[in-house]
Design a protein around this ligand. Structure first.
Ligand code: ADP
Ligand code: MG
Length: 144
């Protein structure tokens, strides 16, 4: 297992529900460390650019509207196999299909308002982390 970093966003629906701490606890329980964080309301420009990969999808406008509807809690998670581990903890994009005990099964209401974002590959993790954080804002965990 190699140490990786991934980008996690606790989306506006979960922030509104006041479950930031409960979601962070899932990351910590899985052995992932928060090595950078910011609480931020995305501008429309930022949301459109962050989700540019989905620009031609039918749900793009709804996705952007949702992501600018309130603040998000944006973090860099670090740990062994962080990208896939985070995806496993998150659960399926559609909370109705997400496994019991995953974040989306427990905290998400719908495929639009699905509580969390997580990078889906190491390559995208690197791009998404640098979208929100500069290297000097990331305090890497020192392993023994
Ligand atoms: P994930 O967030 O699991 O990586 P995607 O990258 O496919 O999923 O989609 C990005 C986000 O777009 C999803 O988290 C969800 O908020 C939204 N989304 C995806 N598919 C749909 C859909 N069919 N209808 C509405 N929103 C969707
Ligand atoms: Mg995705």
């Amino acid at each position: 297992m190699s140490k990786q970093r991934t980008l996690s966003i606790i989306k506006p629906d979960a922030v509104r529900k006041n479950v930031i701490g409960k979601i962070i606890n899932r990351f910590e329980e899985a052995g992932l460390y928060i090595v950078a964080a910011k609480f931020k309301k995305l501008s429309r420009h930022e949301a459109e650019n962050f989700y540019y990969i989905h620009k031609d999808r039918s749900f793009f406008k709804e996705l952007v509207d949702f992501m600018v509807s309130g603040p998000s809690f944006i973090q860099v998670l670090e740990g062994d196999d962080a990208v896939q581990k985070n995806r496993n903890i998150m659960g399926n994009t559609d909370p109705k299909k997400a496994d019991v005990g995953t974040i989306r099964a427990d905290f998400a209401d719908s495929i639009d308002a699905n509580a969390v974002h997580g990078s889906d590959s190491l390559d995208n993790a690197s791009k998404e982390i640098s979208f929100f954080f500069s290297e000097i804002e990331i305090c890497s965990k020192e392993y023994d």
